[in-house]
Design a protein. Sequence first.
Length: 77
Amino acid sequence: GLDDAEITMDTKFHDDLELESIDLVGLSGQLRDHYGDQVNFASFIAERELDEIIALRVGDLVRHVVTSLNGAEVRTA
């Protein structure tokens, strides 16, 4: 149902994409499969209150991934 959806940095996972908590678990697994332990989405979510998780936007995840990967580059340099 999302094939034609326009997804931007402001798209909300819950309100716009209608993702539930189980979907976020799946997303966490996909991120780990793709990036390895460098991007720990599970801990990123665990640090947030329920209302923050509900308000989570695609841009929040993008910034987390970029920050995590940049941190990994600094540690390996």
